[in-house]
Design a protein around this ligand. Structure first.
Ligand code: PEP
Ligand code: MN
Length: 315
């Protein structure tokens, strides 16, 4: 059990948190967030938004502020990018997930974003965490590439402590001695988060591996391991992308992945239903959870985990 966690910790009397994003129940239904690494042009973003929606994605991602390793690399379109995302939202109805990198930007970026993303490099930017906590908006908190589960959940605690219960975690890979992949995608964090916390946890297989051919197997594995959703980079023409061209999925591959995810979720549902029959005493028990009772009454809208599906048909 992780010490010093109050609001982020699981409790026997607490169901898992459901974060409502424009009616999408994160933590209850399986949610795929898809879209380009960076917003580059209106055409690229809107075309991608329409395609990922058609394939079954529930939210659109796209960076307008790009924290890049090199100061000379493409840094994102800023406000212009947010306006393009807004157009894509008007066109498709998809809520927008986009990163905020500076405390000074939180309120105005929040006018365009439905979910504010905190990137791996800013996970422990405590003033930024406090500021997004004050915003009350849903926050997508990515795991820092050098961070432990304890550090990650304490960062969620910073947001919750500001009175914002709408936190979604995202495992995106960590730095290890392995250099074959861009990062080492730590799928063991899915059950670990579900044991230690009531917060939903997503997986980002795009930054987690950095390798296109690995996105599908890691997505399916994350789904089977109990992730609440995925964040996947999709581009209309990955070869011409201004960032992360090696890992962005072309639309046809994304469509195949979504169909495989749908079938995986249906299989998992069937398996869970059957498990009720073959488990001893006819009842399947989740792992036992324990934790100190937080004195926070807002965290009451919870749901049980198993049996997630995509909720609606694709139009
Ligand atoms: C991103 O999702 O756009 C991103 C930069 O990811 P991360 O912060 O996990 O590196
Ligand atoms: Mn990227």
């Amino acid at each position: 059990m992780i010490k010093n966690l109050k609001l982020a910790a699981s409790r026997p009397d607490l169901r898992r948190s459901v974060v409502d994003v424009n009616g999408i129940k994160v933590g209850q239904e399986f949610v795929v967030i898809a879209g380009p690494c960076s917003v580059e042009t209106e055409m690229q973003t809107i075309k991608t938004a329409i395609a990922v929606k058609k394939a079954g994605a529930k939210m659109l991602r796209g960076g307008a502020f790009k924290p890049r390793t090199s100061p000379y690399a493409f840094q994102g379109l800023g406000l212009k990018g947010l306006k393009i995302l807004d157009k894509a939202k008007k066109e498709t109805g998809l809520p927008i997930v986009t990163e905020v990198v500076d405390t000074r930007d939180v309120s105005w970026v929040g006018e365009y974003a439905d979910v504010l993303q905190i990137g791996a490099r800013n996970m422990q930017n405590f003033s930024l965490l406090r500021e997004v906590g004050k915003s009350g908006k849903p926050i997508f908190l990515k795991r820092g590439m050098y961070s432990t589960l304890e550090e990650w959940l304490n960062c969620a605690e910073y947001i919750l402590a500001e009175g914002n219960p709408n936190v979604i975690l995202c495992e995106r890979g960590i730095r290890t001695f392995e250099t074959y992949t861009r990062n080492t995608l730590d799928l063991s964090m899915i059950p670990a988060v579900h044991t230690e916390s009531h917060l939903p946890v997503f997986v980002d297989p795009s930054h987690g591996t950095g390798i296109l051919s690995m996105i599908e197997p890691m997505s399916l594995a994350a789904c089977i391991a109990g992730a609440d959703g995925l964040e996947i980079e999709v581009h209309t023409d990955p070869a011409s992308a201004l960032s992360d061209k090696e890992q962005q999925m072309p639309i046809p591959l994304f469509e195949v992945l979504m169909e495989k995810l749908r079938r995986t979720l249906a299989f998992m549902e069937e398996l869970n239903a059957q498990a009720q029959a073959f488990a001893p005493e006819g009842k399947v028990q989740g792992p036992e959870i324990s934790g100190e009772a937080p004195n926070h009454e807002d965290l009451t809208t919870k749901s049980t985990h198993p049996g997630k599906t995509f909720t609606d048909a694709v139009d």
